[in-house]
Write a protein that binds this ligand. Structure first.
Ligand SMILES: [Zn+2]
Length: 429
């Protein structure tokens, strides 16, 4: 995930009935089963560490999460979750049934950014675990299992059901396809009342705003030719350079923060050939969906105009080249919707009250996570960390320090149970 700190003024949303909610959290935390579960987390750390190491050793490259998904499905079964299955797109789901059919989802993405065949040298040194994907997001998936395990161990019966999801396709060109499927096409899409996304390490953030992005690959094709004998033929590299020049003059406001980047340019075969093709990849991001829309239009206009200009310049000077045009193709290669919680969303009030109860300090942040999908649909969702500390995300030097993991597990358990409600003790099964 990509995190961005928000300016301090950007959110003030005092809870409407903060004292009542605070008391509700205190009661929940003091109920015997929850209290036992919260103490148990610390004793179970060795088990959680083993799970995390095993998860990270099971490859989950982009579009290749099947092995890790199968591992998680087996764990879901052994932890007593019901209706454990993999959906059409590869997400793993399991249910802790409550008294009601509506659900609170708790999810962690299974995929990593590391391509198939990457060496997965996963190792432990004292409290530190090392290796690609160990924090992002083996830590998240471990937290998912830890919460399911606690519910099983202490026979915790929520009022709403808890839907555990190990989802695919969060990173890069996975483009949030796992979550997209859950919220647009799955049997659960209308039943989910609130979503807690677990991504990466730490306990010091609450992601409530979805950083939107759109990514494009632009390909300009032309007739090509010999640099001498075909001089004058329109040149795709010149056209793409002109398009970059035009697009890079697009003005963006400081707020809502909006950015663009030309990250890759390619094309051409040799110094004495007029290229047949030039290509670039462009990334557009904004907290505002409208700004993303506007920048996409600017990009399209820049490409169109650059092609026209280059075509008009062909028949340069001494050219005898027959008229042949350029063709531009603009392909969307990523689309992460922007969105944000409504100011008085219960899920944020609950997270705040749980943090106050645990003495934890957390900042509200904007980031690109699985929560983008529910947030863009106006649904209640947050993304939070799996505890401990982590660093080097998306590098082979990634690490995770297990110290203090239990704080995150307590935090996640309390948030999820406060959202789902606890069944009256007589109804616990
Ligand atoms: Zn992640």
């Amino acid at each position: 995930m990509a995190i961005q700190l928000m300016s301090p003024s950007s959110r003030t949303s005092p809870a409407e009935s903060a004292p009542a909610l605070q008391q509700e959290i205190a009661q929940l935390a003091a109920s015997p089963k929850v209290l036992s579960a919260m103490e148990w987390f610390r004793e179970q750390e060795a088990q959680f560490t083993r799970w995390q190491l095993e998860l990270a050793r099971t490859p989950a490259p982009p579009f290749g999460e099947a092995a890790r998904a199968a591992w998680v499905a087996a764990k879901f079964e052994s932890l007593g979750l019901k209706q454990v299955h993999q959906d059409a797109i590869g997400n793993v789901l399991g249910l802790r049934s409550g008294a009601q059919a509506s659900v609170v989802s708790i999810s962690a993405h299974l995929d990593t950014v590391f391509p198939a065949g990457s060496p997965l040298k996963i190792r432990q040194q004292g409290p530190r675990l090392y290796g690609p994907g160990i924090s992002d997001n083996a830590a998240g998936a471990t937290a998912l299992l830890a919460i399911a395990a606690a519910c099983q161990e202490f026979k915790i019966a929520p009022e709403l059901s808890l839907l555990f999801i190990g989802d695919v396709g969060e990173e890069g060109e996975g483009d949030l396809r796992g979550m997209r499927h859950i919220f647009l096409d799955s049997q659960w899409k209308d039943a989910i009342r609130a979503s807690v996304v677990i991504d990466g390490a730490g306990t010091d953030t609450i992601v409530t705003e979805a950083l939107g992005s759109r990514r494009f690959e632009i390909i300009i094709r032309g007739p090509g030719g010999h640099s001498w004998s075909d001089f004058g033929a329109p040149n795709p590299i010149v056209a793409i350079a002109h398009a970059i020049h035009l697009f890079s003059q697009t003005r963006v406001a400081a707020s809502p923060k909006t950015t663009f980047n030309v990250g890759v340019i390619e094309g051409g075969t040799s110094v004495n050939s007029i290229p047949e093709l030039a290509r670039m990849r462009v990334d557009i991001r904004s907290a505002s969906a409208m700004e993303i829309e506007r920048l996409e239009m600017e990009l399209r206009r820049s490409v169109e105009q650059a092609v026209e200009v280059e075509e008009a310049h062909s028949h340069r000077g001494n050219s005898t080249h027959p008229q042949a045009g350029l063709k531009a193709e603009i392909n969307a290669i990523g689309n992460r919707p922007a969105g944000e919680l409504t100011p008085n969303a219960r899920i944020l009030q609950v997270a705040r009250a749980v943090d106050a109860h645990l003495g934890n300090t957390a900042r509200v942040q904007r980031a690109s996570t699985d929560a983008n999908i529910p947030l863009s649909l106006g649904r209640e969702a947050i993304a939070i960390g799996a505890g401990g500390m982590g660093g080097g995300a998306h590098t082979l030097q990634e690490w995770f320090d297990i110290t203090g993991r239990e704080l995150a597990l307590k935090r996640i358990l309390l948030i999820v149970l406060a959202l789902a409600g606890m069944a009256p003790s007589g109804a616990e099964k």
